[in-house]
Design a binder for this molecule. Structure first.
Ligand SMILES: C[S@@+](CC[C@H](N)C(=O)[O-])C[C@H]1O[C@@H](n2cnc3c(N)ncnc32)[C@H](O)[C@@H]1O
Length: 193
């Protein structure tokens, strides 16, 4: 069911979905292991899609940690809510995360895990989303995202992964080894504010 929801949205909302398939359980396990979820009091997910990462975050976080998921696509927001009913899923752009954190009584978050298709976005949207990401994180907060292994060779990917991301995080960033158990294989990028 989740898989076919995703495939439908690849065709209907290609620009924002930006993936060839939902992420694999192996990638979900890896990105949530690399995130300091055990110590996090406030966690945000960008672009949960059908809720693959959401389920892992929910399982690994502390029971009392606040967890907000921002999903722009109503079909995906509904799918994530159905899969993870205890998560606060907001159907809006990740750009507006701080507003929802403040409404819930928080000024910032400890961790952001992103499923956004950064390299598919126009420059201006990338910048807005990256600024919003940085603004939401507390000092020393962690931002994790993934990109397909070939992305650094594609012009938009190269600009984002090799220039914008390191610049925004003052070069405090690292990349995981390649994760082969995902289609296509990918790396996780871990940045610290
Ligand atoms: C590549 S899919 C990833 C879905 C899921 N995290 C996974 O890994 O299978 C990208 C997701 O980001 C969502 N998205 C795109 N732009 C967004 C935005 N500005 N704010 C929030 N979600 C967005 C899409 O609707 C889609 O669900």
């Amino acid at each position: 069911m989740s898989f076919w929801t995703f495939v439908g949205e690849i065709f209907r909302a290609n620009k924002t979905t930006g993936a060839l398939a939902p992420s694999s359980p192996a990638l979900a396990d890896c990105i949530t292991d690399l995130a300091p979820l055990k110590d996090a009091k406030v966690i945000v997910e960008f672009g949960p899609g059908t809720g693959v990462f959401t389920e892992y975050i929910q399982k690994k976080k502390q029971p009392d940690a606040y967890f907000l998921a921002m999903e722009i696509n109503p079909v995906f927001a509904k799918a994530t809510k159905e899969r993870c009913p205890d998560v606060h899923v907001i159907q809006d752009s990740a750009e507006n995360t701080l507003k929802y954190l403040k409404e819930a009584g928080y000024d910032s978050c400890d961790v952001i895990i992103s499923g956004l298709p950064w390299t598919r976005f126009e420059d201006e949207l990338q910048d807005k989303l990256l600024n919003a990401t940085y603004e939401c994180l507390r000092d020393k907060g962690k931002f994790l995202t993934f990109a397909y292994f070939f992305s650094p060779w594609v012009p938009s990917g190269k600009k984002f992964l090799k220039h914008k991301l390191p610049q925004k995080f003052n070069n405090k960033y690292s990349r995981s080894p390649i994760i082969f158990k995902n289609f296509p294989p990918c790396h996780v990028y871990i940045c610290e504010k």
